[in-house]
Structures are given as C-alpha cells and as structure tokens.
Design a protein around this ligand. Structure first.
Ligand code: GRF
Length: 217
C-alpha cells in the first residue's frame, strides 16, 4: 500500500477533496494508496477534526513549541517518517520548509500554490494578481524544493479574473480548481504517471493534458 501523509495548517478543504476522491475511486483497491495521517502545525486546525471523522490519524506538531525552525522541522520529520510515506502532500501548510527537511525527501513532497507559478510566489497571491491586472489567475501543484514555490510544476489550472472580483471571490473560484487538480496530481504521482527525475516532473502527453484545466466558473 502506498502511504500518503498530508500536512495542513487550517481548514483542510484540499485534504478533504483528495480524501473524497480516494473514497469515491476506492484508491485502496484500485491503485493501492491511502492517506494514513494528517499532521498540522497548528492545534486548532479544522482539518484535524475532519481527518478524525474519516478515521485517519490526526496529529499536531505545534511550531510554537520549538525555539528554532530547525528543531520544529526535526520533530516534524520524525513524526512524518514514522508513517514511512511514499508521498507527503502539503495542503494549505503555511510553514516554510528549509533544505534540512526537504532535501531528505526531495521528489516525495507536493505543494499546491494558489497562483500560476512562476508568477506570484509567496503570500497574498489573489490580491497581487488583481493588482497586476492579469486576466488569468489559477493554481499550481508542484514538487517541493528548498526554493520557495520553486520546484518542478506538475499540474496547473487557469481561471479567469473578473472585473468585479475581490481577493475573496477570486480565491473561491480558484479553490474549486485547486480541489480538482490536487486530487488528480496526487493520484498521478502515487501511480507513477508523474515521476521526479533530475529536478523535473516527467510525464507523458496524456497525463499532462489530464493535469491541465481551464476554468470558467
Ligand atoms: C489554499 O488556497 C492553498 O492553495 C493555500 O492555502 C489554502 C488552503 O486551503 N496555500 P485549505 O486548508 O486546503 O482549505
């Protein structure tokens, strides 16, 4: 069985979207994969409750309990490693992970970013997209490296920016597509349709098409 560990910081809607796909498509039997744990760096993350409701291990490694980022990452690494994960999925996980964590797991960590990378790395992406006047916003799933929001791109969804948008409306529109591409990208990675080779995301044309969405709503 391929084991997936999900890291969150908040409401966990991307986690739920992946878990719902896993249940709907019976990943345990169809592709031999399951989410085995959800770990939050914040004790009050709503996603932890949601994980418990699915019967999934829900743990917190509270970053505030550690004096340094290194000490936090060391503990996080220890807790994550106990599950011997094949894939680690950052889903609204709002801590920067340094090379000390990431280099040991390179090619095994995915992140979703609410912008069309390499545009709008970092925070506050929707307001920055509106301020820049772009017509297309979107979301990106990528492999995680020590470069912030900089690893190889796996999947993207392009979503229009409307004149009446504020950051919240745009975020809501993009989120619908986050949920779709993240579940697809996780599945493509655990089944080996997407591989991490020489710092690139390697896949065939059909897989690339399945991982590219154009949203209208
Ligand atoms: C998502 O928009 C994600 O792209 C961003 O934070 C949000 C997390 O939402 N990094 P959720 O916790 O998955 O609901």
């Amino acid at each position: 069985m391929k084991k997936i560990v999900v890291l969150i910081s908040g409401r966990g809607s991307n986690f739920v979207a992946i878990q719902e796909s896993a249940l709907r498509e019976d990943w345990e039997h169809s592709i031999g994969a399951k989410i085995v744990a959800v770990i939050s760096n914040r004790p009050d993350a709503k996603g932890l409750e949601l994980a418990k409701n699915y019967g999934i291990d829900a743990l917190c490694v509270d970053h505030k309990a550690f004096d340094t980022r290194e000490a936090f990452e060391e503990k996080l690494y220890e807790v994550v490693s106990q599950y011997e994960p094949d894939l680690i999925v950052l889903a609204g996980f709002m801590r920067i992970l340094t090379a000390g964590f990431v280099d040991r797991l390179e090619g095994k960590i995915l992140n979703i970013h609410p912008a069309l990378l390499p545009s709008f790395k970092g925070l506050d992406t929707h307001q920055r997209a509106i301020d820049a006047g772009v017509r297309m916003a979107g979301t990106t799933v990528h492999f995680v490296t020590a470069a912030l929001d900089g690893g190889a791109i796996i999947a993207q969804a392009a979503v229009p920016v409307l004149p009446s948008d504020d950051a919240h409306r745009l975020a809501d529109r993009v989120l619908v597509y986050e949920h779709q591409i993240y579940a697809r990208a996780v599945k493509a990675c655990v089944t080996g349709k997407v591989r991490y080779e020489n710092e690139r995301a390697v896949m065939d044309d059909q897989t690339a098409l399945e991982l590219t969405l154009f949203g209208q709503i």
